[in-house]
Design a protein around this ligand. Structure first.
Ligand SMILES: NC(=O)c1ccc[n+]([C@@H]2O[C@H](COP(=O)([O-])OP(=O)(O)OC[C@H]3O[C@@H](n4cnc5c(N)ncnc54)[C@H](O)[C@@H]3O)[C@@H](O)[C@H]2O)c1
Length: 347
């Protein structure tokens, strides 16, 4: 029985254990020093506090001081902490990963390297491993439209596993798929990671369209649909600019993930507030008060800087820039700003 260790007992880390248990793997879940209360709930068989679904029976749990035991003899490891936690958890794990078949990555977002360049998370892992002189197993980016609560409950879910080693992604897709968890293998690590990092920013624009409609009673579905299509177009251009496949955003990692993020996520809800006339800072303060992290807010300037490094500026990515400007508080009329960014120019 192959062994799968998940690092991070938050919503997504716990959820990802379910298909691997169903697929017959030995599954271990390691909680960081922030996760003791989550591990307590899992061990007591209670619903996971973040997703309100009980973790799959059969998971072996490990506390933060037991990282070496959790990783001992593992075949595949998945890092499922936030982008903020990734560098520290990676450093801690690197001493124990010799012999792994694959290092998977559920964590999503951007990383600023010591020279101030904005990088995707697999490159963060490579840089940290390089610095420590540790050789890495092949990396696998796990992406696509996966709401943690539904995945944890065994609802039908389609995901994508992307690795520069396509044969490995295909093998894992065969070994971890279940009747309800389908995995599309891909060789486009960059495309999958970039779509995931960008979608939270673009989801804010979808929320703005909904908020404008709610505030005025005049639906703005056309605006929202145009913003959706523009977001995918921009993701495609930027993915291609950094060496990924331009078609990746048109699949699960882009269209799929943006759809699910724009339906109900916290980024979309933040956008709704902006569409209804709240200021960016006021809306963010309110979201923080409700303990709702808006990942797209800090990601927006990083995404703009990442795009700039790749030579893709406002002419190529007008919606990304419009959202970033709105979040900076520099826009009075959010309707006009989003509309200008998503309307095709007059021929
Ligand atoms: N929730 C989803 O549906 C979903 C889907 C796909 C990808 N993701 C990605 O998975 C990652 C985790 O998301 P989540 O929803 O499980 O979040 P969560 O808040 O439920 O869990 C966060 C995890 O990160 C760890 N963590 C947070 N701050 C840390 C720090 N400073 N140092 C070390 N560890 C830290 C926590 O201990 C916990 O294990 C994110 O990058 C997210 O974008 C989430």
């Amino acid at each position: 029985m192959p062994t799968f260790t998940v690092l991070g007992a938050g919503a997504m880390g716990t959820a990802l254990c379910k298909p691997f248990i169903d697929a017959g793997w030995e599954v271990r879940l390691w909680g960081t020093w922030l996760d003791d209360h989550l591990i307590d709930a899992i061990e007591a068989g209670q619903p996971h506090p973040r997703i309100k679904v009980a973790a799959a029976p059969g998971i072996r749990t490990f506390r933060s001081g037991q990282l070496a035991e959790a990783l001992e003899g593992a075949d595949v490891v998945d890092i499922a902490v936030t982008s903020e936690g990734l560098p520290r958890v990676t450093e801690m794990a690197l001493d124990h990963i010799a012999g792994l078949r694959a290092l998977c990555l559920t964590a999503k977002g951007f990383w600023t390297d010591p020279e101030g360049r904005i990088r995707l998370l697999p490159d963060a892992i490579r840089a940290i491993a390089d610095q420590k002189g540790v050789s890495l197993p092949p990396l696998v980016a796990v992406g696509g439209p996966v709401k943690a609560n539904e995945c944890a409950a065994g609802e039908v879910t389609a995901t994508t596993y992307a690795s520069r080693d396509l044969a490995l992604a295909e093998t894992l897709a065969r070994e971890a798929a279940t009747d309800t968890y389908g995995i599309r293998p891909s060789d486009d690590e960059t495309g999958v990671e970039l779509c995931a990092a960008l979608k939270n920013v673009y989801a804010i624009s979808l929320g703005i369209a909904d908020g404008l409609g709610e505030a005025t009673g005049v639906p703005r579905h056309n605006l929202k649909a145009a913003a959706f299509a523009q977001a995918i177009r921009e993701m495609s251009l930027l993915v291609a600019a950094v060496g990924g496949h331009s078609e990746t955003p048109y699949g699960l990692a882009g269209v799929g993930d943006l759809e699910v993020t724009g339906l109900s996520g916290r980024n979309k809800l933040y956008g709704v507030r902006l569409g209804k006339g709240e200021t960016p800072d006021g809306a963010l303060a309110e979201m923080n008060r409700l303990e709702q992290t808006v990942e797209g807010y800090p990601a927006a300037p990083l995404a703009v800087a990442f795009a700039h490094q790749a030579g893709a500026d406002e002419g190529t990515l007008p919606l990304l820039h419009a959202v970033a400007r709105i979040l900076q508080g520099g826009v009075d009329d959010v309707y006009a700003a989003v509309a200008a960014a998503v309307k095709p120019a007059r021929p």
